[in-house]
Design a protein around this ligand. Structure first.
Ligand code: C2G
Length: 130
């Protein structure tokens, strides 16, 4: 069984996220999503999410492409996650191109094309949300 993992905030879940998750799942048989906690988002990414961790987790768990959602609490957990969850393929959107190449010693690392015209930031600004 080929096991895939990806990481992200996935706030205001949109079709750009879905495209990535669908493609990530198509690369294997089991997809784990490491979902950024509210604290990690604020402390490390200065992201204030519209939906809480639990709400974002519930949305991802409802998707047919997602088999398991785990918390992302720090940047450094990727190495241990790849070992702990017996990961074969690490996947991220290509806005992260090369940023996680260090994981190539442990698993395949793939950067997938982002869906260009959509983002959580764009949704918020279009709706005048802060
Ligand atoms: N994404 C995409 N197309 C978009 C928007 C996002 O393919 N239009 C992808 C991103 O490239 C990322 C994933 O969807 O792989 C999640 O995006 P974010 O929620 O913005 O995640 P990010 O803030 O990039 O967090 O440790 C890694 C970080 O947790 C990644």
């Amino acid at each position: 069984m080929k096991r895939v993992i990806t990481y992200g905030t996935f706030d205001l879940l949109h079709y750009g996220h879905i495209n990535l998750l669908k493609k990530a799942k198509s690369l294997g048989d089991y997809l784990i999503v490491a979902l950024s906690t509210d604290e990690f988002n604020w402390n490390e990414k200065r992201k204030k999410c519209y939906f809480t961790y639990e709400e974002r987790k519930g949305l991802l768990e409802a998707l047919r492409y997602v088999d398991l959602v785990i918390p992302e609490t720090c940047w450094e957990q990727k190495n241990t996650d790849v070992t702990k969850y017996l990961i074969d393929i690490f996947v991220m959107g290509d806005d992260w191109e090369n940023k996680f190449d260090f994981l190539q010693q442990k698993c395949e690392v793939k950067y997938l094309p982002r869906t260009p015209e959509i983002s959580t930031t764009k949704i918020k600004s279009d709706l005048n949300l802060r």
